[in-house]
Ligand binder design. Structure first.
Ligand code: FAD
Length: 528
């Protein structure tokens, strides 16, 4: 779909009146594009970097209600989220998968067991479902063999869901584009255009792939600002005050052999009692996350957020408390990643006390949708569309419950059913074409990971890859999942993707050097 020359093709026809321009190619913008196309609007989404470059590639990968929000009494956020989780599990199986969590209780938490029990019960009732249980010490240690037995007093088991944030977003974006929407990466909305009475009526767009990139003043009846933590930058052009608190959250990735867990664990950090997760993900184990105010001065020096030394020690302290017998050290970290939460500033004393609710603001005709969570993207995009349709004077269309297109019957291929289901979840209605495009050896697994080599070929050919970072950090996440950013595999990766991307040897060398530098600076075990 995003074949060679796709960006030129879009740029050649960009200067035409649109019903809607969406600024931001994260999950929020993708959700709005999907709804807008369904409502019959001629819609253009622009993303300043790669699709999902912002927070939407840096989440904890959970579709969840946020068990910890119950502690902050944010019942509405939890209720909305667990209901969205149940919807996604039904509508996007294999892309969003159920994940069992254990919640061990330790003496040092000073937390009566009955309180945790009430918590998991409310969590289920809000969904509504009934799928939690109390666990004896024996059951807990059976479920999680390396768990700290010292001071362990019992616990609970409950369910949430797991996904790959970029793949979920790409599936929505691609299906929106198949249905007639237009999505353009590496294109920044540099300035809002306004009518003589100050109403927003379009944006000056700049192509960021080239140093003096082409520009166009593009008009639209409505502009939606879905630019995540950058939303204030767009709004302040209208003289509006900043309203976001940018909170950084970081994660560490370990090899599954070093940190073997078959189900997720919810823990309270031994130092400050903050809730954290250990999550089995894509053949690795992730621990996260931190929650701290992000210093804006870092943005002047660095292009991406990264985990600080203090955050790494804080997370190591948590993992060592939970699994002391594994003797984990910083040497065992495979990679790290960090993202910024777009949280609406209410002046809460600590970052973790700020609400994760979303908000829609309308200012001089600009509709901003921000805050919220990945899990609630459908609710956020529906509410945005209600505002868009009202501005256009159109009747509200029936809310579209179905977001994902169904997966058609698949051809018979030499793949285990679980791996085929995994690929079908990611590629949806394109899975048949994906499988047909695979060449000899492409359907072999990549080491111990759930991925196959064919994903690299397909991404290079069909998924709008403009840089090697796009491929290895977002399309197929080898840069996070394998040691040294998958440096040892670059030879085989090159043999597959260089011909697909039609890169010269010189271009490959530049891309490889730039990717390794990005990985070292922002995603390695010692970033910065
Ligand atoms: C550490 C962490 C863990 C999280 N874990 C979870 C979780 O497990 N589950 C969950 O539900 N939620 C989670 N969240 C929250 C969730 O990830 C975010 O709410 C969500 O990804 C925000 O998506 P977005 O589209 O609004 O913003 P983004 O994904 O940041 O997208 C905004 C995009 O706008 C682009 N942009 C900015 N300015 C411009 C411009 N001028 N022109 C064009 N494009 C522009 C940016 O490049 C960016 O890609 C987590 C967040 C963090 C930080």
């Amino acid at each position: 779909m995003w074949h060679k020359g796709w960006r030129d093709h879009i740029w050649s026809a960009i200067d035409q009146p649109w019903d809607l321009i969406i600024i931001g190619g994260g999950i929020t913008g993708a959700g709005v594009l999907r709804q807008a196309v369904t409502a019959g609007l001629k819609s253009l989404l622009v993303e300043a970097n790669d699709f999902a470059f912002g927070t939407s590639s840096r989440s904890s990968k959970l579709i969840h209600g946020g068990f910890r929000y119950l502690r902050n009494k944010q019942f509405n956020v939890t209720k909305e989220s667990v209901r969205e989780r149940e919807w996604m599990l039904r509508e996007a199986p294999n892309l969003v998968a159920p994940l069992s969590f254990v919640l061990p209780n330790f003496e040092r938490y000073h937390f009566p067991s009955w309180k945790l029990g009430v918590g998991v019960m409310i969590y289920d009732l809000l969904a509504p479902k009934w799928d939690h249980r109390k666990c004896s010490l024996t059951k807990l240690l059976e479920a999680c063999p390396f768990l700290n037995a010292g001071g362990l007093v019992g616990g609970f088991q409950y369910y949430d869901a797991v996904m790959d944030d970029v793949r979920l977003l790409l599936r929505i974006l691609r299906e929106a584009v198949q249905a007639g929407g237009v999505a353009l990466s590496y294109t920044r909305a540099e300035r809002l255009l306004r009518t003589s009475d100050g109403q927003v009526c379009g944006a000056l767009l700049r192509d960021r792939l080239f140093p003096d990139g082409r520009t166009a003043e593009v008009k639209a009846k409505v502009v939606v600002n879905a630019s995540g933590v950058w939303s204030d930058e767009v709004r302040t052009q209208l003289g509006q005050p900043a309203r976001l608190r940018r909170l950084r959250g970081s994660h560490l990735v370990f090899g599954r052999a070093k940190l073997p867990v078959n189900q997720a664990v919810t823990l309270f950090h031994p130092r400050d009692g903050r809730a954290m997760f250990v999550i089995p993900w894509e053949g690795t184990t992730i621990i996260g996350t931190t929650d701290i105010d992000h210093d804006p001065a870092l943005d002047e020096k660095y292009l991406e957020p990264f985990a600080s030394e203090e955050e790494i020690s804080y997370m190591m302290e948590a993992v060592s408390f939970l699994f002391p017998s594994l003797g984990l050290s910083e040497k065992d970290i495979v990679s790290s990643f960090s993202g910024l939460r777009p949280v609406i500033h209410t002046g809460a004393a600590t970052p973790s006390k700020e609400s994760r609710a979303h908000a829609v603001w309308e200012e001089n005709g600009l509709i901003t949708i921000t805050g919220g969570k990945y899990t609630t993207f459908r609710v956020m995009s529906r509410q945005t569309m209600d505002r868009v349709l009202a501005r256009l004077g159109k009747a509200q269309t029936a809310p579209r419950d179905r977001i994902f297109d169904p997966v058609p019957d698949l051809p018979t291929v030499p793949l285990e059913p679980s791996r085929l289901a995994y690929l079908a979840g990611r590629h949806g209605n394109e899975t048949g074409r994906f499988l047909t495009a695979a060449k000899q050896g492409d359907l072999e697994p990549i080491g111990q990971l759930p991925n196959v080599w064919a994903e690299l070929r397909w991404a290079a050919r069909e998924e709008g890859v403009e840089h090697l970072d796009d491929l290895l950090l977002r399309r197929v996440r080898l840069g996070l999942l394998l040691p040294n950013g998958a440096r040892d595999l670059l030879g085989r990766i090159r043999s597959i993707v260089q011909p697909e991307l039609e890169w010269t040897d010189q271009r490959w060398q530049q891309e490889e050097a730039s990717y390794l530098q990005t990985w070292q600076r922002y995603y390695s075990p010692k970033p910065g």
